[in-house]
Write a protein that binds this ligand. Sequence first.
Ligand SMILES: Nc1ncnc2c1ncn2[C@@H]1O[C@H](COP(=O)(O)OP(=O)(O)OP(=O)(O)O)[C@@H](O)[C@H]1O
Ligand SMILES: [Mg+2]
Length: 371
Amino acid sequence: MDCLAIEMLPPNAQHVLESLNTAVVIFDKELHLSSINPAAEMLFAISANQMIGEDLSRILSDSEALAASLHKTLESGHPFTARNILLTLVGGDRITVDCTVTPISSGKDAPKDTQGLLVEINRIDRRLRLAHEETMLGQQVANRAVLRGMAHEIKNPLGGLRGAAQLLERELKDRSQTEYTRIIIHEADRLRNLVDRMMGPNQPLNKEPFNIHRILQHIAKLIAVEFPPTIDLVRDYDPSTPEIMGDPEQLTQAFLNVVRNSAQALKDKGKGKDGGEIKFRTRIERKFTIGKTCHRLVIRTDIIDNGPGIKEELIDKIFYPMVTDKAEGTGLGLSIAQDIVQNHGGLIACQNQKGRTIFSIYLPTGDPDGI
Ligand SMILES: Nc1ncnc2c1ncn2[C@@H]1O[C@H](COP(=O)(O)OP(=O)(O)OP(=O)(O)O)[C@@H](O)[C@H]1O
Ligand SMILES: [Mg+2]
């Protein structure tokens, strides 16, 4: 269908639109909103009452490119479908959608006389996210296996090296030479620490029921001690989050690795209005799929900072071991955090948004539903 004639819309069209799961919005020829169905209200997080008659730019904050395409359709009268479009909502959230635009004319004999546009929008983030996660989970498992194998191979001779240096130290007649054996022992210890981190958590999970806010409160205290007081820690908790079954020690380590990165990213920020801020936000997600498993209830914890953001060239790799842009970094923090969270059936995802970096830690609360 090239064009919808207004007469073709049945009298109960409004009712049909309201029942659709697909988000549908209708604009007049000035690109003012003339109709929006409930699915679109949900998608754009706006209310029809407030938005009818408003300009497209009031719904989307970077709407110029879309507005240009819509104007073209108004002129040409030709429908179009665009895929993978990134839209920024007025609240700052970004969503990826496929959208189909169909011109509405005043009558079937005047298809060029376009009176408005009907826009169908399908959110595809979820589909993209699932495909991306599946790849990431597979790669993470393979990477960790290689790393563990390597770490194991390094660790064995390292023990021998350290032991031999200790024996040598005892035999030395000239005590001033112990300086050298000390260096060997010290460096062997340093290497063993690194290798232990590379092997990741090797303790079995010591599970108990606990509330996620307990961990976050503890981490807030640790960060307040470790970092300068210029960082503002903001809490936005959903008090209804249920307890989860997990290992609080290991999860504290995982959360701390993520929050520490945020605090490090804020090192150049001052205090006050333009100062550094880390927000802890908790929310409940229902019927949420992680990897191949659909969970009835998942707790999402967002760690949000207003630092410079993750470097574009690193964003697809930061969960891999040894990826770092810090002079003193080992690049293991996020890889270990991801490993711990995955052992709990969860996942960590990240995104750069306008002026914000968001790490979302998903943790299922109970038995999965299966799919
Ligand atoms: N909140 C953030 N803002 C900007 N970049 C980040 C943020 N979190 C992580 N990164 C990027 O991801 C990289 C990997 O982080 P990861 O914690 O794995 O290693 P690291 O912090 O560099 O070293 P380590 O944690 O082992 O001391 C960091 O070097 C940084 O470039
Ligand atoms: Mg780190």
